[in-house]
Ligand binder design. Structure first.
Ligand code: MN
Length: 317
């Protein structure tokens, strides 16, 4: 059983409105030598930020202690997965036939619309594993999109005391060429010691700032490592400062509020309980998700569904 972490409104220095802090909860990923991730989306107080519906943050983990990552072939529907590393390397295989290595600073975006399966394994050369795994919900009209896999290496851009890598969407005049099904922002920002950066925002977007490291303040509000700060639509600028003597690193997420209700269970995003039950049945007994070749071991079995219908979730209004 997992305990949903709460949300708090932490007051800033009075310079702006309160920033909502979404705390992380620890979730074991499963497997014989389980690594634990810090999950900030979804949680009771918030299902999505834009179309971002899932945020796992992990490491830095010494893989000799945790065993690293070894996620056997498993299915996805109705979403895209974003793998973004700070250190280490992950070998990705999917039922499209993709065989790719996920490396720091490189976007790997997998579309599992109507159905895809994949495996993710940290490579033998990996000593420290550190990064995020994010999911994007597909809008109803595109949620059965064909499976796809895209790789993109954003050019780092220097700002005053900061470095920005925009992997999805646009920020600070930098635009990622990667196509998305709804407007999105996904970027890594590193701030040198004592740096402060003001970013122009799309006021139609809501934003999330996931802090990996550093003494970060967002519009004057402290956001601790592993916390996700939520910022409502309507903002035109955001000021991020680093009060430490070492570099700070954070992930910026954003998008227009996703107006649809979704049903999330295991690795599936659907709209109804029936969508999810069908997807589970197809994984256990059908060929909808294709086959992952080259993974050394068995694929994952779906967990047992609850006896009661799965409820749609949406953001608080
Ligand atoms: Mn996956």
């Amino acid at each position: 059983m997992t305990v949903e972490s709460g949300t708090t409104l932490r007051e800033g220095d009075g310079s702006g409105a309160g920033v909502e802090i979404l705390g992380a909860r620890d979730v074991p990923l499963g497997g014989p030598r389980s690594m634990t991730v810090r999950r900030t989306l979804p949680q009771r107080g918030r299902t999505l930020i834009g179309a971002w519906c899932f945020a796992d943050h992990y490491g830095p983990d010494d893989v000799t202690a945790t065993g690293g990552m070894d996620v056997a072939p498993h299915p996805h529907t109705g979403l895209q997965t974003v793998s973004w590393l700070f250190s280490g390397e992950i070998e990705h295989r999917d039922s499209l036939g993709s065989h790719a290595f996920v490396r720091p600073g490189e976007l790997n975006l997998m579309t599992g619309g109507s159905g895809i399966s994949h495996s993710e394994v940290s490579t033998p050369g990996t000593t420290t594993l550190h990064g995020v795994q994010l999911w994007v919900a597909l809008p109803d009209e595109h949620r059965h999109a064909a499976r796809d896999f895209q790789h993109h290496v954003p050019e780092p851009v220097s700002l005053d005391g900061a470095e920005l890598r925009v992997f999805l969407g646009s920020l600070a005049g930098v635009t990622s060429p990667v196509r998305t099904f709804t407007p999105l922002l996904g970027a890594q920002l590193t701030l040198s010691a004592g740096a402060s950066v003001s970013l122009d925002l799309d006021p139609g977007f809501e934003h999330g700032i996931l802090v990996d490291a550093g003494d970060v303040h967002v519009d004057g509000t402290a956001v601790r490592p592993a916390e996700l700060a939520y910022v409502t639509p309507g903002r035109t600028t955001l000021t991020v400062t680093n009060g430490t003597r070492e570099a700070a690193r954070l992930i910026l997420l954003g998008g227009p509020p996703f107006g649809e209700e979704i049903v999330m269970w295991w690795n599936f995003v659907g709209r109804t309980d029936e969508d999810i039950r069908q997807a589970r049945e197809d994984w256990e007994h059908g060929d909808r998700f294709g086959v992952v070749h080259g993974y050394d071991g068995d694929r994952l079995s779906a967990p047992t569904l609850p006896n009661v219908p799965l409820k749609p979730r949406r953001n608080p209004s």
